[in-house]
Structures are given as C-alpha cells and as structure tokens.
Design a binder for this molecule. Structure first.
Ligand code: HEC
Length: 163
C-alpha cells in the first residue's frame, strides 16, 4: 500500500515532537525569536536541500582519533558561537538572531541526520538568512565529518582520552 508523504510516520512523529517542544518553550518563556529556529528543519524536511547532500552517512568512524580531531576543530571553529558543550551559549553568538542552535539538544532530534548536519556545515545559513557560516571552503570534508562525530558522541572525547 502506498502511503501519502503527509502521513509518513517519522515525519509526523517529528512534527508532533516539534509542536510539543514549541508549546513547552512558550510555557517556560522561550520563544522562537530567541531560541528555536524552525526554518532549517522545515527546509530539510521538505527536501529543499541540494541533491549532493541527500542520504549521506558519516564515512569517518567513531575512533578516538576522529573524535579528538573533531573536538579540536569544534573548539577552533564553532565554540565561540555554539558554546563549549554545544548549548548555543558562546560569547560571539549572544547578539545573533536567530541564536546559534543548542546542538547538545538538537543532535538528539530525529531530523538531525548526517545529511542534515553535513548540509548545514557545508552551506551555512546564507539561503536562510542566518549567521551560521558556510564551511565548505574553510574545512575539508574529512574535518567536517570529524566535527560531526564529536557532536554525535555528545561533546565528549572518546573514553580514556584526556585532552
Ligand atoms: C558566527 C556564529 C556561528 C559559528 C561560528 C557557527 N555557527 Fe552553527 N549556527 C549559528 C546560528 C546563528 C545558527 C542558527 C541558524 C541556522 O540554523 O542557520 C546555527 C545553526 C547550526 C546548526 C543547525 C542545528 C539545528 O538543530 O538547527 C548546526 C548543526 C551548526 N550550527 C553547527 C555548527 C558547527 C559544527 C560549527 C563549526 C564548524 C558552527 N555551527 C559554527 C551560528 C554559528
């Protein structure tokens, strides 16, 4: 049986989750203008991203080396806006609207796939009118994937490594 895109289960579940998050945020006094930026998710969910970013999987395994390199790169390129543990609280992001995303939260949403992250890092927010920089000419693909590894492992270096 064919299913209509609208009732595609993961999308419907995600939309319900989003509505719950937004309603919850309004309840505790956080609104869209200072916290959650929805535009990027809806672009991605409607498939409005360049073909080359569809269905990507991180080719770099969760090895100690990749995670440690990812952490070093994150600290140099992302931390000033997204904060040390990814909470969107970096000093350089304080005046931006929309604010830098809380990556420690959004990395757990079903929408935050490898494709979503690699598209976001590569192209930034120019087409969405946000201050998220594009890294495609500043970092290699390997470096972006290492950063994504670091984000996906919860902003923790691999076990047993002290850096
Ligand atoms: C100049 C500040 C700035 C820097 C530096 C920056 N970002 Fe962002 N980032 C933003 C802003 C603002 C947003 C929210 C708007 C958007 O999604 O385009 C964002 C959004 C994102 C998102 C989307 C997350 C979501 O759930 O919507 C990801 C992923 C991300 N940034 C990762 C990174 C990574 C990784 C780096 C470093 C390689 C980085 N950013 C560097 C400002 C920044």
């Amino acid at each position: 049986m064919r299913t209509l895109p609208l009732i595609n289960a993961p999308h419907t579940l995600f939309l319900l989750l989003l509505i719950t998050v937004i309603t919850g945020c309004q309840h505790i006094g956080i609104n869209e203008s200072n916290s959650l930026f929805i535009g990027r998710y809806s672009e991605y969910m409607q498939g409005n991203i360049p073909e080359q970013y569809a269905d990507l999987k991180n080719p770099y395994p969760a090895s100690t080396e990749n995670i440690v390199d990812g952490k070093r790169l994150y600290q140099a390129q992302c931390q000033m806006c997204h904060g040390e543990s990814g909470q969107g609280d970096g000093l350089a992001g304080k005046q931006l609207l929309p604010r830098p995303a809380n990556l420690s939260l959004t990395r757990r949403l079903p929408v935050t796939t490898d494709s979503f992250l690699f598209w976001t890092l590569s192209e930034g927010g120019q087409s969405l009118g946000t201050a998220m920089p594009a890294f495609t000419n500043r970092l290699s693909d390997e470096e972006m994937w290492q950063i994504i590894r670091y984000i996906n492992t919860g902003f923790s270096p691999a076990q047993g490594v002290s850096i």
